[in-house]
Each structure stands twice: as structure tokens, then as C-alpha cells.
Design a protein around this ligand. Structure first.
Ligand code: SF4
Ligand code: SF4
Length: 267
């Protein structure tokens, strides 16, 4: 007999395969099927994330969003191979990557809503923090009150790389999402024993390919300089003509997520 979580996973998978919003203007799919993890809302990591050295006190734990929160569903939507390979050249980023960044996140918003609807129609309560009016993200000070990547780490989907992306078994190139619910769902395991286990550079100093992939010089042996990355995408804005044409809010890049050993697997 199928558990509630197995049934929900099947619906999420079907949604990703069949929904027309998971497509580029030329009709090709943006995302593969997602990886899905569950973490209890009471997991101590959510308190640890409020420490200055991790995210900081701006981070709001699950109970802030849903007072009777019990479980958090986290998922990773891996970009299709044609999206990833389109961005191997350059800079600038490929037009396909730019579309996938914005049309992909638009699909991701619909997927969050779909999961909330599924839980509510099963009699539960659910909140997707990124769709909630309390959600705050300030690119200029690099602070937000919910982090899809940190939630994905808590749910066992992967661990962080030198480029600060989350390296999952399907790699790093894609988008993350999450939904908090009051339903008791079976937690998945957290195979990564540390925040950085899946990145060879952060384990034994090998790899480091993302350093030379970054056109902004934002990645070094000491990690990622978020202000340089921000400046490259938001101020230098190398795709202004194209993004204006399609109404996208800012430019894109993603060179550190493709043509690197962690693009689509754990190196
Ligand atoms: S490219 Fe190599 S060093 Fe950079 S995050 Fe990926 S695995 Fe780590
Ligand atoms: S997104 Fe681009 S600019 Fe930002 S760190 Fe990655 S490669 Fe560098």
C-alpha cells in the first residue's frame, strides 16, 4: 500500500513531466524529475541556521511560517542536459540558460502552489515560504529569512560546494523549492555527514574547477564572494538587451554550475 508521501511524490513527478510550464519557448523541457527529501520541522539544524556563522538570526524556522509545522518537504529540480550544455561556452550565459532561470523559477512557483494544494485537499495545512508575504530576500545584504538550499541540506538532498551551491546526487545545476506542512511525513536520511562532504576541494583540496569557471573572479580557494557575483549579474548585467526583451528582472550566469565535476552528480 502506498504511503501518503509516496502518493505525493508520484503527483509531484507527474506534475513535472506533464505541466506545460516546465518548458522552454521551443517546447523542450526545462527540468528533469525532482529529487525529494523530508525533514522534521523540529530538526535542530533549523535553530543552528539562526547562528551568525551559518545564515544568521534573519532565518525563520518552520514554526514561524506554520505554527503547528511538523514536516518540511524539500525538492531539487535538475536542469535538463540541453539546458546545462547550452551554457558551457561564453560568457555571457546562453539565452537558453537565461530562459531556464526565469521560466524555470516561474514553473517552480507553480510547483510549490501545486504541493500546497495537494496537502490542503488531503486535509492538511501547508505553507511555501517563498510564496508567503512574510518572505524577505535582500540581494544587496545577501540576507533572506528562508533558504531553499539550507532546507535541502537538512532534508538530506546534498551538501555545499566551494561555489556555495548544493551538490546533490543529480548535481548542482537546477532550482530548489520547499513546503512546510502540519502532516507527519516520514523523514528521509541525511547521508552527508557535514555541510561540505560532496565537494572534493572542501574535503581534500582537489578539484577547484569552479574557480576558473567564474567570469567575475567571485570564487577563490576561500569560497564565494557574493558581492562580486551580485555585481556581475545585477550591475554589469551582461544580458540586458535579452532580459529586457523577455521582461526578466536581472541577468543570469551559472557558469560555476556547468562544465564542472559537480554539474550533474556528486564528484
Ligand atoms: S567544481 Fe569542484 S571545487 Fe567547485 S564546487 Fe564543484 S566539486 Fe567543489
Ligand atoms: S553565478 Fe557566475 S558570477 Fe556568480 S559565482 Fe557563479 S560563475 Fe561566478
Amino acid at each position: 500500500m502506498m504511503t501518503a508521501m509516496q502518493a505525493l511524490k508520484e503527483k509531484i513527478n507527474n506534475y513535472c513531466v506533464t505541466d506545460k510550464n516546465n518548458t522552454l519557448p521551443d517546447g523542450r523541457k526545462i527540468f528533469e524529475r525532482p529529487l525529494i527529501g523530508i525533514v522534521p520541522a523540529s530538526d535542530p539544524l533549523f535553530d543552528a541556521y539562526r547562528e551568525e556563522a551559518v545564515i544568521g538570526p534573519a532565518f525563520n524556522p518552520p514554526a514561524f511560517w506554520l505554527p503547528d509545522a511538523v514536516s518540511v518537504i524539500s525538492y531539487f529540480l535538475p536542469f535538463q542536459m540541453h539546458v546545462r550544455s547550452s551554457n558551457y561556452g561564453g560568457p555571457p550565459p546562453s539565452l537558453e540558460w537565461l530562459h531556464s532561470r526565469f521560466l524555470g523559477e516561474s514553473f517552480n512557483e507553480k510547483l510549490r502552489r501545486f504541493i500546497v494544494d495537494q496537502i490542503e485537499s488531503a486535509g492538511g495545512k501547508a505553507v511555501a515560504p517563498l510564496l508567503n508575504r512574510s518572505y524577505r530576500s535582500d540581494y544587496k545584504v545577501f540576507s533572506s529569512n528562508w533558504s531553499e538550499r539550507h532546507v535541502a541540506y537538512a532534508a538530506g538532498l546534498g551538501s555545499f560546494g566551494l561555489h556555495r551551491g548544493l551538490i546533490t546526487e543529480k548535481g548542482v545545476a537546477g532550482r530548489f523549492g520547499s513546503v512546510i506542512t502540519n502532516l507527519m511525513l516520514e523523514a528521509t536520511s541525511r547521508p552527508a555527514g557535514s555541510y561540505y562532504q560532496n565537494c572534493p576541494f572542501l574535503v581534500d583540496g582537489s578539484c577547484g574547477v569552479c574557480i576558473s569557471r567564474c567570469p567575475a573572479g567571485a570564487i577563490s580557494e576561500s569560497g564565494k564572494d557574493k558581492s562580486k557575483c551580485y555585481h556581475y549579474m545585477f550591475i554589469e548585467d551582461h544580458m540586458k538587451i535579452e532580459r529586457d526583451q523577455f521582461g526578466y528582472a536581472h541577468s543570469a550566469c551559472g557558469k560555476c554550475q556547468v562544465d564542472v565535476p559537480c554539474e550533474d552528480c556528486i564528484p
